[in-house]
Design a protein around this ligand. Structure first.
Ligand SMILES: NC(=O)c1ccc[n+]([C@@H]2O[C@H](COP(=O)([O-])OP(=O)(O)OC[C@H]3O[C@@H](n4cnc5c(N)ncnc54)[C@H](O)[C@@H]3O)[C@@H](O)[C@H]2O)c1
Length: 370
């Protein structure tokens, strides 16, 4: 089995789960890590036994590295992807793919020109819960999908994230930070999106940090913090979606899919596990459906493993650049529609990602999957 050497750029908050999980994937070895802050790179290297901590230039110049894992902040995603591709490396990153559509297009076109792969989180849609939901839809447990709701509403991340500033800059906010989980899941379940009608607002232009690290500091908000809208899918389904960092409490479900013969309640798309609930037309109430796929724990990195598997076998991976670009365009569509006061027709599309095989990637993991 071909092994890929991975170099991680960005050794912050989310990196620890990638460092941990990648150790369990046969096809991947982390051989170097880099950060603007060398202390962070050194700390992670020491913590996870990575042979080299270095600067970004040195990592990109390392001829042994096959794949760059880009875990920088959204404002740096496009630059690092483009530099990785220029250096002849496949690249996989956290969401969103880029801040703007221009950046996203440049990444896809450079990857095509160089014959390299681009992958992008979230990969939670490859987890046991969303894969089982996809099977339920494909097997017609709820009939033909006619509509959906998707709600991500919270008070915002400044109460827990150690560096929350970037989450209120362009390219973040609830839509760009959390929207990718919801939209990627919806596209996996229902296929690509045709048009968007959105309304967006900034409720508090300035916010106070309430975490344990910089309590009392203020943040200037540069991106909408409440977006509501309608998504029309190519398959005819119509979805109502809200993403917000301005809501103090809500009991609305994460995602529900409505079909001609029943309703499917999809678990939190930010997680890999259940519970999944279904109510069919001939059932008196909802029943919990067991998950029939693996990867039900926090398996962040599985999308990267799938990309390595795709490169090794000449197949398109699931969390691919076209999907990430389509998600990026739909997210922008909310604000573009709101500003123009009309529907935004989505120019891009993508293939609905294939389900994972039912036996998952057992052969690719060093340890038993949960
Ligand atoms: N924290 C979470 O729970 C979480 C969850 C899912 C996804 N994400 C995503 O992961 C990414 C990183 O988030 P985080 O929470 O780890 O942020 P973070 O601020 O904790 O870490 C980001 C790291 O990237 C480094 N960095 C920034 N620009 C760089 C550059 N140009 N070159 C090299 N290093 C650079 C920073 O120094 C920092 O160490 C974001 O895209 C975020 O949306 C975060």
């Amino acid at each position: 089995m071909r092994k890929f050497k991975v170099g991680i750029i960005g050794c912050g908050n989310i990196s620890s789960i990638y460092f941990t999980n990648i150790q369990h994937f046969h096809m991947l070895d982390i051989t170097a890590c880099a950060d603007l802050d060398m202390n962070r790179a050194r700390e992670r290297a020491e913590q996870y036994g990575v042979p080299k901590a270095c600067g970004v230039d040195e990592l990109l110049a390392d001829p042994d590295i096959d794949i760059v894992l880009n875990l920088t902040i959204p404002q740096a995603h496009a630059e690092i992807h483009l530099r990785a591709l220029e250096a002849g490396k496949h690249t996989y990153g956290e969401k969103p793919l880029a801040l703007d559509l221009e950046g996203g297009k440049r990444i896809l076109s450079l990857a095509k020109k160089k014959g390299l792969s681009v992958g992008c989180a979230p990969d939670t849609f490859l987890g046991g819960s969303i894969q089982t939901c996809r099977k339920l839809i494909d097997d017609k447990w709820i009939g033909e999908p006619i509509g959906a709701t998707a709600f991500m509403m919270s008070e915002g991340p400044e109460s827990w994230h150690p560096n929350p500033g970037f989450l209120y800059e362009k390219g973040a906010g609830p839509m760009f930070d959390m929207g990718p989980y919801y939209l990627t899941t919806l596209i996996h379940l229902l296929g690509p999106i045709r048009r968007v009608a959105g309304s967006t607002r900034i409720t508090f232009p300035e916010r106070m940090i309430t975490n344990d690290y910089n309590y009392g500091d203020t943040l200037q908000v540069q991106t909408p913090t409440h977006s509501a809208g309608i998504l029309d899918f190519h398959n005819g389904a119509v979805c109502t979606m809200i993403t917000s960092f301005d809501v103090l409490g809500s009991k609305l479900p994460h995602i529900e899919i409505y079909g001609t013969h029943g309703t499917l309640i999809v678990p939190d798309p930010n997680d890999f596990g259940g519970p999944i609930l279904v109510k069919r037309h001939d059932w008196p109430d909802f029943k919990e459906i067991p998950m029939v796929y693996g990867f039900t724990g926090n398996h962040r990195g599985i999308g990267l493993m799938d990309m390595a598997h795709g490169i090794a076998n000449g197949q398109l991976h699931r969390a691919n650049g076209d999907l990430a670009y389509h998600v990026l365009e739909v997210m922008h569509g909310f604000e573009l529609s709101s500003n123009a006061e009309q529907y935004y027709n989505v120019g891009s599309s993508c293939a609905q990602p294939e389900s994972l095989p039912m036996d998952g990637y057992r052969f690719s993991t060093r340890t038993k999957i949960s």
